[in-house]
Design a protein around this ligand. Sequence first.
Ligand code: FE2
Length: 305
Amino acid sequence: MICNGLSQIRGMDAIHMSSLQEQQLDAFYKGLKGVMLNKAQKAMPWYDAAWLHQFIVAQKLIKQFQPSKLNDFIHAFDRLRTDPNFEVKHVKDTLKLDVLNKVKEIISLIPREDHKSHEVESFGRLIVHDQPYFTELQRAMVPFVSELAGEEVEASYNFLSLYSGFGVCEPHIDAPSAKWTLDICVDQSDEWPISFSQIIPWPDGPTYSGDDWQRQIKTSEELKFKSHTLKPNEAILFSGSSQWHYRDAMPTALEQGFCHLLFFHFIPVGTSEISNPANWAEIFDIPELSGLGDSEINVIAKHES
Ligand SMILES: [Fe+2]
């Protein structure tokens, strides 16, 4: 009832709305989205699920405030979904030898202060985002990846992942801004398997719940996981936004273990705007979606946890 009442206020001529009312309305919308996002976070707790949380909340808001736009909104994302027949591609001799050596040299020269350490505890890795040479290399690989993916792609973000012997990667699904990932093994102490499920529809609720939800995913027969191993200069192309993927703890002794991977992410050509929730209010002309992708709302959602 409250929502419907506010929806009617939203439709009023701005002249008739005092600035206090506007502020109250904005605060209400922010609070509402924060609570809804919090619910979605609890239902889908895995790493990189923030995009799906926003997508689910957006659909609920549209259903509530502008239901006639719901169908168009959902189908606008069709190109970011993945063909169920896609299969992971394994690439050998990915980079020319001189390029591989240059990549190794750059890794050895990256200053310590450029290593981001926020995933040391959860993944056992340091990361470096969008290093200029790697970004150039990623762009040069667009035609190759387009052919492997079966569609024209453009480069999205990239990062270097410097796994230590504490490396582990719990099961998760990526955001569609990483619809395609070319995961290049630069160097490693040992072969370290990565497992992929078959292509699945984007989850929209708590399919796997309870304290052991990761185990439920890994042991699910219906997900049909397959394990792959990479040697240095081999790569794998997968669709991380539509495939569960994980790596168990690195098998090597902790002090000696390492695995240096380059993650190049790609999206279908022309989908960068729509892949960002912060753009949805404007793209779809739905003011109620404004603030999605906004850190302030995500902070509200986290505080609700
Ligand atoms: Fe991932």
